[in-house]
Design a protein around this ligand. Structure first.
Ligand code: ATP
Ligand code: MG
Length: 418
């Protein structure tokens, strides 16, 4: 029998400074400036739930301790039919994610019956695995909000580390924006708006807490979708407690995903709450254009989406030329322009010039309700304009399957600029 964490052993505050004493692993974070003494108060109910009139402020909660079920390895093995390849839902830097079936009564799995879950299994080659696993358990195990994916439990036996989540039927936003094949239908404009509002609410909830949580890995692959395209944030492996009131940032080893990580963070290791807002802006641009944040297959000068597209986001005419061709012009141009201008503010160089997530949610909700009134789909000439300009058809851009060059997308330590 291997080591299985008891509830007690994970009942610690989310890792904030240095040592994770229960397993004797030290984090690679310096955190010197502002996280000292940054424990999360026992019953801190997130203030996002109260004190605001905004419809965006849906109740959420942070529990004092992770409230998780401990699974045995054999149970999860059976639930995924021995981690069979046809149950694989996807793969990231941590390892493969499998679809599993749990029979609640007997605690054993029956193929194709029982409740459906997603089981993430640590890849033995993953360098950041243990720390990310602990962070996930300590953050996501305690956070509860309609726009955060539910972590149901975990397993740690010998070298096996696994996480068990609610199953998100429609997979990730990344699949829908960049996937190809007959099973991937282009997302209509209204669905894109719904998804980004949900994701914004999840992030706003984290930022509006008494002690702010910095998510640090906002990207399309971490936005998961249920059967109704209700968005939930997943992956808290890189999450960090925000700075204390007297500080503007925490200092930490630079981790994240190229293309989404905020420039000030990559350059200095200074992580602001508003560093998340930069990543949010990048996803807004991906949603508008249907192009990946970073794609080394694009011509030089176009690898970094935001740097390349920025000059097109100010102007209605220019915007039309870069909108996702899979929308086929079916979107209200006014809303698209409002969103692109919002994206521009999110990717401002100076963190303090970026809007807060609360402001972003309010703006998106205003755009959405104005959109409601114009539900009639309108076809713009932009579709033809894009094709005239010779933009490549979608199937030649950004295939989803894992290629060698896609490995850069996984979250990993980013080298600092000198
Ligand atoms: N709860 C879930 N329900 C359904 N599918 C899931 C779930 N969690 C993950 N997946 C699928 O597994 C894929 C891999 O997820 P994972 O979080 O491991 O990696 P990633 O986000 O793509 O990359 P990274 O490791 O850089 O975060 C996702 O893109 C998604 O398709
Ligand atoms: Mg992920």
């Amino acid at each position: 029998m291997g080591i299985c964490w008891s509830s007690a052993s994970v009942n610690q505050s989310p890792p904030t400074t240095g040592q994770l004493s229960s397993v004797g692993v030290s984090q690679n974070t310096s955190n010197t400036t502002s996280t000292s003494g940054s424990t999360v108060s026992g019953n801190s109910r997130f203030s996002a739930a109260s004190g605001s009139d905004s419809p965006s402020t849906v109740a959420g909660q942070m529990l004092p301790h992770p409230n998780l079920r401990i699974f045995s390895f054999s149970e999860l093995k059976a639930s995924t039919r021995n981690f069979r390849s046809d149950t694989v839902l996807g793969e990231g830097g941590f390892g493969k994610v499998y679809k599993g079936w749990l029979d609640e009564k007997s605690n054993t799995a029956r193929n194709g019956s029982g409740s459906v879950v997603a089981v993430k299994k640590l890849n033995s080659e993953s360098l950041q695995g243990l720390q990310e696993w602990q962070s996930e358990v300590n953050f996501l195990g305690r956070l509860s909000h309609p726009n955060l994916v539910k972590l149901l439990g975990y397993c740690w036996e010998d070298t096996e580390l696994l996480l068990v989540y609610e199953f998100m039927q429609k997979g990730s936003l990344e699949n829908h924006l960049f996937g190809r094949g007959s099973s991937v239908q282009p997302l209509p404009w209204e669905t894109r708006l719904k998804i980004i509002i949900g994701a914004a609410r999840g992030l706003a909830f984290l930022h509006e807490s008494d002690r702010k949580v910095i998510y640090r890995d906002f990207k399309a692959s971490n936005i998961l979708l249920d059967g109704s395209y209700h968005a939930k944030l997943s992956d808290f492996g890189l999450a960090k407690m925000g700075p204390t009131a007297s500080r503007s940032h925490v200092t930490t080893q630079v981790m994240g995903t190229y293309g989404y990580a905020a420039p000030e963070y990559v350059a200095t290791g200074h992580l602001y709450v508003k560093s998340d807002v930069y990543g949010f802006g990048v996803v807004l641009v991906e949603i508008l254009t249907g192009l990946r944040a970073l794609d080394p297959n694009r011509p030089s000068g176009q690898h970094n989406l935001v740097e390349w597209i920025k000059p097109h986001l100010y102007d209605k005419r220019k915007l039309k030329n870069i909108m996702d061709i899979r929308l086929e012009g079916r979107y209200p141009s006014r809303s698209a322009l409002q969103i692109s201008r919002l994206a521009l503010t999110c990717v401002e160089k100076e963190p303090k010039n970026r809007p807060s997530m609360k402001e972003i949610v309010e703006t998106l909700e205003r755009i959405d309700s104005a959109n409601e009134k114009l539900r009639q789909p309108r076809v713009h000439s932009s579709y033809q304009a894009v094709n005239r300009r010779g933009q490549q058809p979608m199937q030649n851009r950004s295939p989803l399957h894992l290629r060698q060059e896609d490995l850069h997308r996984a979250a990993y330590p980013l080298p600092q600029r000198v």
